[in-house]
Design a protein. Structure first.
Lengths: 195, 195
């Protein structure tokens, strides 16, 4: 079965892909808003892992709503959640199985059982989250033994998906100080291969 | 890393093992109370799948408390949950990683994030539930394409783990009518190989 897995180029979604590759025909799908070319970082990571890759531009209205929420809240949670769900909806239109790299201990994005069931029922797909039964420690140890990653602050190791673009959009719409308020220093990872 | 995965001989725990085998050195562990030899069904399933196997007898007090709860409630939920947590505690003493086959849509047993974190902190292990991000439909489709299973009512296809023994203990302590009240007709599966 064809599985479209939302891919940021980071360690969680890469590990999710490794868990699923023996069971589905996995394509790594990077959602973006056409604002920057940061999705090419995700494409390079997908190539390094040996997976098929697709980039997909989401509607500009999604970016606008997501950044509105972030600006209003002063933190990224609702906006990221909104963009993530929009990305899942988009991928669900074209794959039999949709997946992401959400972990047990993630605070955002999260996909509740109700949201998962709704996606499945409305689109006739299976939604699978292979890392949702793995905590942070287990993920870190599996990453250590299966992937080669670079890590650093978000400015130096931009994520390949919509998160980097949402930062850029906030800078354009408001100010860099809003970016710094919404996204305090955050360590990112980028996958460069299998170990 | 050595992973002890609680194994009933049924499809869910078998599929969980297949998901983990590329990442851990997986041993299938069947917990029982020494009441019947039904654990040998789980051993046969483990052999058919090519995994190492361990049977482990839990304390009789666990069976006693679990059946007390089932008799009191008239349904199995609290008793199964109690036995499952006792089995996880036992396995956590001897493996670096402990696992089970709980699914996203399971009503029982469930392992909440808090229980998972507590197991991990107290025993210094990782607890992983590889199917907890998969719904019933996804599990069924993966079982169909990866495993050969027999299915039928519980009396004909006894589970290899403690559940069959709890039924037998309830029959011994009370009456077969209590068994029928607590466990209404339930379809079980037994894995006979890989497809």
């Amino acid at each position: 079965m064809e599985c479209g897995l939302l891919f940021s180029g980071g360690k969680d979604s890469a590990l999710a892909a490794l868990l699923l590759e023996g069971f589905y025909d996995v394509t790594l799908v990077t959602a973006h808003f056409g604002v920057t070319d940061d999705w090419t970082h995700a494409e390079a990571a997908a190539d390094a892992l040996g997976f098929g890759f697709e980039e997909r531009e989401l509607d500009a209205a999604v970016a606008s709503s997501a950044t509105d929420r972030m600006h209003e809240d002063g933190y990224p949670r609702r906006g990221i959640q909104y963009a993530h769900e929009a990305a899942l909806e988009s991928v669900a239109a074209d794959y039999q199985v949709i997946a992401d790299g959400t972990r047990r201990d993630d605070r955002v994005p999260t996909v509740s059982r109700a949201v998962a069931q709704s996606l499945e029922d409305r689109h006739g797909v299976d939604y699978v989250a292979p890392l949702s039964g793995f905590g942070r420690g287990a993920v870190d140890r599996l990453v250590e033994s299966n992937l080669v990653v670079e890590s650093g602050p978000s400015e130096q190791i931009p994520k390949g998906d919509y998160e980097t673009e949402l930062r850029e959009l906030i800078r354009q719409r408001w100010d860099v100080s809003v970016v710094e308020t919404v996204f305090p220093d955050h360590e990112q990872t980028r996958v460069v291969g299998r170990s």
